[in-house]
Design a protein around this ligand. Structure first.
Ligand code: URA
Length: 209
């Protein structure tokens, strides 16, 4: 396996993924699981981020501690990644969140933009977590990564729930320095660009549409 692809095998995460895939899981439960799985993945993905030493006073004495020493932003692709945001914010409260809106043209499988809340210039020493639950063709991820890079982002990590080999190859071909964190690498895409076995449409299943 490519060292840039991190498949997180934590049993708690894998059990949640199994319930998430099940076609009989309700919308409500599905959303809850997306919210619970995302910080588990982010926890793995944030392992290498810089920290700085700080001092706090306990009731008894001063103690050395550490806090995150970098500007971090989440970049969720609407609408499916919306459910990933809050859980990760609980892990890293001082985050910025820059929403991107893209939907997939079902015929060409190309992303169509409708929202881009990235600031014109991004800090080159910031750490950016691109969020999208399903890395399918990779076309949406590549479009988002182009925007992030053009605005100055250097360190970008992709976090998703399920990836297809086609999407992983597409992202790594265009952005060899991006790391991908996912709970599963599935078999392939079907002719409509859905991941097999996957879980269906992550947006529809969260919002019952
Ligand atoms: N988007 C989804 O929601 N599911 C897929 O399988 C592929 C793209």
């Amino acid at each position: 396996m490519d060292e840039r692809v991190h498949i997180c095998n934590n049993p708690a995460l894998q059990e949640k993924l199994t319930i998430l895939r099940d076609k009989d899981t309700s919308d409500r439960k599905f959303s809850e699981l997306v919210g619970e799985m995302s910080p588990l993945l982010a926890y793995e993905a944030m392992a290498g981020i810089p920290t700085e030493e700080v001092e706090v006073m306990t009731p008894l004495a001063s103690a050395k501690g550490r806090r995150i020493g970098a500007t971090i932003a989440l970049v969720p692709v609407l609408r499916a990644a919306l459910g990933m945001v809050e859980g990760i914010r609980r892990l890293m409260p001082n985050l910025r969140v820059y929403h991107l809106g893209m939907f997939r043209d079902e015929e060409t499988l190309t992303p169509q933009w409708y929202l881009n809340k990235l600031p014109p210039v991004l800090s080159s020493d910031g750490i950016y977590f691109l969020l999208d639950p399903m890395l399918a063709t990779g076309n949406t991820a590549v479009a988002a990564l182009v925007e992030l890079k053009e605005r100055g982002a250097k360190r970008i990590t992709y976090i998703g729930l399920i990836a297809a080999p086609e999407g992983v190859a597409n992202v790594l071909k265009h952005f060899p320095d991006v790391h991908i964190f996912t709970a599963a690498l599935d078999d392939r895409l079907n002719e409509k660009g859905y991941i097999l076995p996957g879980l269906g449409d992550a947006g529809d299943r969260q919002y019952g549409t």
